[in-house]
Unconditional design. Sequence first.
Lengths: 215, 215, 215, 215
Amino acid sequence: MSKPTSPWSVAGDRVRQRELKRDAVILAAARAFRERGFHNTSLDDIAAVLHVTKPTLYYYVLNKEQMLFECFREGLNRIVRACGEARDASSSGRERLVELVCRYVEAITSDFGWCMVRAEDQDLSPAMSARIKRLKSEIDQEMRSLIRQGIADGSIGACDPKMTTFALAGALNWIAHWYRDDASLSAAQIAERFVELFVNGLAPRPDGVISGKST
Amino acid sequence: MSKPTSPWSVAGDRVRQRELKRDAVILAAARAFRERGFHNTSLDDIAAVLHVTKPTLYYYVLNKEQMLFECFREGLNRIVRACGEARDASSSGRERLVELVCRYVEAITSDFGWCMVRAEDQDLSPAMSARIKRLKSEIDQEMRSLIRQGIADGSIGACDPKMTTFALAGALNWIAHWYRDDASLSAAQIAERFVELFVNGLAPRPDGVISGKST
Amino acid sequence: MSKPTSPWSVAGDRVRQRELKRDAVILAAARAFRERGFHNTSLDDIAAVLHVTKPTLYYYVLNKEQMLFECFREGLNRIVRACGEARDASSSGRERLVELVCRYVEAITSDFGWCMVRAEDQDLSPAMSARIKRLKSEIDQEMRSLIRQGIADGSIGACDPKMTTFALAGALNWIAHWYRDDASLSAAQIAERFVELFVNGLAPRPDGVISGKST
Amino acid sequence: MSKPTSPWSVAGDRVRQRELKRDAVILAAARAFRERGFHNTSLDDIAAVLHVTKPTLYYYVLNKEQMLFECFREGLNRIVRACGEARDASSSGRERLVELVCRYVEAITSDFGWCMVRAEDQDLSPAMSARIKRLKSEIDQEMRSLIRQGIADGSIGACDPKMTTFALAGALNWIAHWYRDDASLSAAQIAERFVELFVNGLAPRPDGVISGKST
DNA sequence: TATGAATGAGTATTCATTCAT
DNA sequence: GATGAATGAATACTCATTCAT
């Protein structure tokens, strides 16, 4: 009587509603996993947060494993997206790497950061594990590529791209470990400090000309 | 008649034997945890590797939790020890930090590396968790201290010691994630690359005067 | 079409069904405990009797301990209720005590008799143990009180209320031990004999004037 | 050198020593069982009290079951002995019953009281259980016999010997339950009160002529 | 005589998952 | 769309018992 929306949009609403609820499930899972760890979190815990019962979760998600996978993906996607943008930008290799780092820190400090970093491959089926690895590798390759570009265009000094990527990714991923306890800095601030460190290194620069932000 | 060993060593042997066996239990646990994760490893798995039965493990260890704790400690101790030596050395702050990094990499690539890094606080009782945290904090403080010393003696440029330590420790800890799959470099080689990166940074040095190893 | 029951009773049915099943679990536990003892009874045993699987029990009961507690309570409640009625009755102290004894025998010969009497405090958590003790003490105090009233109103001769209660309760509780093997008498008959004994004693009455039932 | 005792008596000492130690094991078991219950007592608990290790217990005792059995027997024997003496005495049935009650209370308040009363038949093998039952039945029959004798010689009023025995034994056995917590009375005092109650009953005697002790 | 070491058997409890309603 | 009910599988932990020494 009072619903002016067409049955069509009603159906659309239903679809959207379902998506919203599904997202809520994933988010609740991500937070619970971060809080208590994957294995220490029971589906009852997640259901309780959402004020539903355990079987309801299965309406939105296939598996506990899939929950983890979706959390994974949710977080990784943000970085993958950032990678794409970095690729399209028309600045120097180093500048694009810096940009990627900023986005990376944002992702890693989000609710999904923990899942991206700490979830064990061992908790996923081979198939899912493989998909995750592919995504991760994509990011890894992108970083290496940016470093190689930087070396080529002279914005980055000579270095081993692989090891450098490992170090950089490690430092970034590790943020997920300490960020909750020590959130005294914003994502942007953390990114700034990291860029400064990785760009200039620890050794004092002769005259401090070059800095991550100055150029 | 045919036993040349003194009664003394007989008793001593037993004690030593017991210690050896206990160490074997811890090592087997460390490897299993690294392979399959803490929760995906059953005591039966560990017992099977050692060709004993499950209850035998309880003869050497109090708990599954304690196993994890001992793995933790075993790995951390190496670093704590390295910290002590770094403190006693009479070189510049940066040199001492570099030395610590080398030892750190060695520890993290050992069998216990995974446990040091990936074991969740959530899998430990509050008491144990607190003990671990204390040890970790010790290392964290040591690193920050070395950085501050380096800044003071001019061997390290101006930087935020806390964030720098987080980044450095993160890069180092992350090694535990990729080292198994990609062990193409030795611990020393990894350390070398990392030092180079962290000391000199990505930005090209004007004339390459300063390098991690050259001084 | 063919369902005459109101939607109301459907929901009500579910609740009632659940209660019935829970009661069945408690009863099955009580019988198993009486048969084999608390520790010699596995949850599988109880589940088997009910033709369900072990985890199902946990749907109705929190614990094995709680099962014992509920059996305890089920039996004790009958006596507590009898105590209440005895208190409200308007007869002599002795008559009311006799009435209580009859109800006591009924309770103790029920399926829950064994649990009331034999279950060890040591098998219960301190909290539960305390609750049980409180209930037991309530009954103890009630008996003493009736005896004191009997002495006051002249229906009971001079005696030590505490020891008398201990003796009476002991004799009654002990029924749980022999009743299963020797159920030749009904609860009422046992009560009659006990009352006769405790009222008149073993020594021959001069002229048999006073008897438990004659008054 | 300084041992004047003959090798013979040395051997005797050894035998005696062994007996003493065995008795200590039984006693420690009895106390532990009373304290924590049969199933909640581990052999390690008993061994710890005796400052030996678990396997040592097996040198003196065949089984955990046998420990319980021996505790049983130790306590029951005292009563069996009392039964024998009661049989040989040349007094009235009631006097002999009173005498037996006194000895019974002594036994039941001893360290072995709990085992006599609370140990479950279900914890014993059929063979042991049968032996225990035989001993218990012996006592039961003895009591009934004394009651019948008392009825015959006029020292006990008409009653159902079986039920009377059950009531009396129950009251006596139950002492094991409360005696530890409430040891305000000595065994003799308890016996006195019980005799008074069972002999004279609760109903006031016309002129208090007959009492348990007066005759 | 006593013990260190090891084990087999048993058990309470948890939890992801399913399905009829 | 959601839930009550049920289950199979898995697992940490305990403990009586054995045996070589």
